[in-house]
Design a protein around this ligand. Structure first.
Ligand SMILES: NC(=O)c1ccc[n+]([C@@H]2O[C@H](COP(=O)([O-])OP(=O)(O)OC[C@H]3O[C@@H](n4cnc5c(N)ncnc54)[C@H](O)[C@@H]3O)[C@@H](O)[C@H]2O)c1
Length: 259
């Protein structure tokens, strides 16, 4: 039970990677707040976790809305008594060549990933600093290190998140708060399933080629990373016993980008 007594806020936890992180933390005895704009999904995840004997709460939160983020995090601290771990995970994907990339879509993506991470961090450290402990975990991507065509917005946002996380390692240190980024390779979630036909159309290649050449082409074994792989790294970062591990990026990706 590595998360006993540990309270975690996870954004984008109604689906995909965030949901698996929540399930993993609850299985390890943690209390988890499922924060998402999709409340039907959040309520369903909470019902499943509670049915399994776990402790979880659903929080309606658009990570781009400062009041909603502050209100949501304060509500978690009130109900569960503290905030130990932040997992800033909510995200979307939009792919276009720059000539066709609507500026409004660029802004939308960057605002969810980057502004959302900033707002969530600010709301969480307010609770972590006085207790002199906390673990900030950001969902980066191999795209925090490596570019891909058609992903100006995503790659820029994910590089930005890595920078934010590293600054937080410096600022958080004197308050006992560590900060790290998980940088997964491709994981088959709704976000990625949607990209396969879109990229095939944009690049004029088959869907098989998108998977084998674009998504897995740089891995050492042509394998997708799984949601559980990413959740296991999150568990490691959340339950690490000291603050020796801070300011780092960990890359579960089957060898795509060796940090
Ligand atoms: N799937 C991958 O291959 C992969 C690889 C590397 C990194 N990531 C990152 O992992 C994170 C989760 O992605 P996923 O693949 O699980 O996607 P997903 O689409 O399955 O889940 C994303 C969740 O974020 C929520 N969300 C979207 N906008 C929001 C907002 N404004 N406020 C609150 N919640 C919002 C959605 O409702 C959804 O529940 C993202 O940050 C993504 O960039 C994914």
């Amino acid at each position: 039970m590595q998360m006993e007594g540990n309270v975690t806020v996870v954004t984008g936890a109604s689906s995909g990677i965030g949901k698996t992180i929540a399930e993993t933390f609850v299985r390890e005895g943690g209390k988890v707040a499922i924060c998402d704009i999709n409340m039907d999904g959040a309520d369903k995840v909470v019902a499943e976790l509670k049915a399994g004997g776990g402790e979880a709460m659903a929080v309606e939160m658009d990570v781009t809305d400062e009041d909603a983020v502050n209100r949501g995090v304060d509500q978690v601290a009130k109900q569960f008594g503290r905030i130990d771990t932040m997992v800033s995970n909510a995200g979307i994907q939009i792919v276009h060549a720059i000539e066709e990339f609507p500026y409004a879509e660029f802004r939308k993506l960057v605002t969810i990933h980057l502004d959302g991470s900033f707002l969530l961090t600010k709301a969480c450290v307010k609770h972590m600093y006085p207790q002199k402990s906390g673990s900030l975990i950001y969902m980066g991507s191999v795209h925090s290190h490596e570019p891909s065509a058609l992903k100006t917005a995503y790659v820029a946002a994910k590089h930005g998140i890595l920078g934010l996380s590293r600054v937080m390692a410096k600022e958080g240190a004197k308050h006992g708060v560590r900060s790290n980024t998980i940088c997964p390779g491709f994981v088959k979630t709704p976000l990625v399933e949607k990209q396969i036909p879109e990229q095939a159309e944009n690049l004029g290649i088959s869907e098989d080629d998108v998977v084998n050449k674009i998504m897995l082409g740089e891995t050492v074994d042509q394998e997708f990373t799984t949601m559980q792989d990413v959740a296991d790294v999150a568990l490691f970062l959340a339950s690490f016993k000291s603050n020796a591990l801070t300011g780092q990026s960990i890359v579960p990706s089957h060898g795509w980008y060796m940090a």
